[in-house]
Ligand binder design. Structure first.
Ligand code: NAD
Length: 243
C-alpha cells in the first residue's frame, strides 16, 4: 500500500520538492495544504503528516496530529528556543521526526565528524569551512553550527574555542582553536568541509549540496520510517541508524 502523506506547506519550494520526491518513491500526497486551508479536515485520510511551512504553523500541526494520533515529520525551522521546547513536549505524544536538515548526506557528515573528531583528537587542527550563495543572510550556516557543536562536544571545548576567520598578527595556532570560515558567492546551494590537519597528513570530510531535492528525499525516508515507531521525538540520525 502506498504511503499517504498529508503535506502542509504544499505550495512552497519544499512543498513542491516533497511532492516530486513522494511520486518518485511511490507515495501519494493525500492532500496538499497551504496557508488558510483547513488541515484538520484532511487528517483522517493520511498515514503521516509532513510539515515544511512556517514556524507559526507547527503548534496547530501538532494539535491535529495528537488529536488523530498521526505520525508527523517536521522540517520547518525558525522556532524561538523556548517555543521549540514546548513544541517538542507536544511532539513527543506522537511518533515524530524533527530535523533541521533532512539531507541523508549531511546527516552522515554529522556522524562521520563525530567519529573522526573522537579518533583524531587534539593532535589534528580542526577547521570548518562552508560556502553558500551570495544571497544568504547569516553566517556560519545552521549546518556549520551543528558541525561545530559536534566538534566542541567531542573535544570537550566550549564556544570560546571558535575562531571566526583570521586576520592580522594572529600568533601561532593554538591546539584548542576550532576555525570557522564562511565563503559567499554565486549560486552555491551549500558546501561544508571539516578539515583535520596534523604534521604529515590531512583529512577532509566534504559534503556538497546542489539541489533541495536532498531534503525532500530525506523527509520521505523519515515519513516511511516514522509510521512504524512508538510515540517520541526522533531525528535523522535515528532514521538512518547512525546513533
Ligand atoms: P516557502 O516560503 O517557499 O514555502 C512555505 C509555504 O508554507 C508557503 O507556500 C506558505 O504559504 C505556506 N505556509 C505558511 N504558513 C502556513 C500555515 N500556517 N499553514 C500552512 N501553510 C503555510 O519556504 P520553503 O523554502 O519551502 O521552506 C519551508 C520551511 O522548511 C522553512 O521553515 C525552511 O527553513 C524549512 N526547510 C527545512 C529544511 C530541512 O531539511 N529541515 C530544508 C529546507 C527548508
Amino acid at each position: 500500500m502506498a504511503l499517504k502523506i498529508l503535506l502542509n506547506g504544499a505550495k512552497g519550494r519544499m512543498g513542491h520538492a516533497i511532492a516530486a520526491a513522494a511520486q518518485d518513491a511511490g507515495a501519494v500526497i493525500s492532500a496538499g495544504i497551504d496557508f488558510g486551508d483547513n488541515l484538520a479536515a484532511h487528517v483522517s485520510d493520511c498515514d503521516v503528516i509532513i510539515d515544511f511551512s512556517s514556524h507559526r504553523a507547527t503548534a496547530a500541526v501538532l494539535d491535529v496530529a495528537i488529536a488523530q494520533n498521526k505520525p508527523v515529520v517536521i522540517g520547518t525551522t525558525g522556532h524561538a528556543a523556548d517555543e521549540k521546547k514546548h513544541l517538542l513536549m507536544q511532539a513527543a505524544k506522537v511518533p515524530c521526526v524533527w530535523a533541521g536538515n533532512f539531507s541523508v548526506g549531511v546527516n552522515l557528515l554529522f556522524a562521520l565528524t563525530r567519529h573522526a573528531t573522537k579518533v583524531l583528537g587534539a593532535d589534528y587542527d580542526t577547521e570548518v569551512i562552508e560556502m553558500h550563495h551570495r544571497f544568504k543572510k547569516d553566517a556560519p550556516s545552521g549546518t556549520a553550527a551543528r558541525l561545530l557543536e559536534i566538534i566542541l562536544e567531542e573535544r570537550k571545548l566550549n564556544a570560546e574555542s571558535l575562531r571566526h576567520g583570521r586576520s592580522g598578527i594572529t600568533g601561532e595556532r593554538q591546539p584548542s582553536e576550532v576555525g570557522v570560515h564562511a565563503l559567499r558567492g554565486g549560486d552555491v546551494v551549500g558546501d561544508h568541509t571539516v578539515l583535520y590537519a596534523a604534521l604529515g597528513e590531512r583529512v577532509e570530510l566534504t559534503h556538497k549540496a546542489s539541489d533541495r531535492g536532498i531534503f525532500a528525499r530525506g523527509a520521505i525516508r523519515a515519513a516511511n520510517w516514522v509510521v512504524s515507531q512508538k510515540p517520541g521525538v526522533y531525528d535523522m540520525q535515528d532514521v538512518l541508524g547512525l546513533k
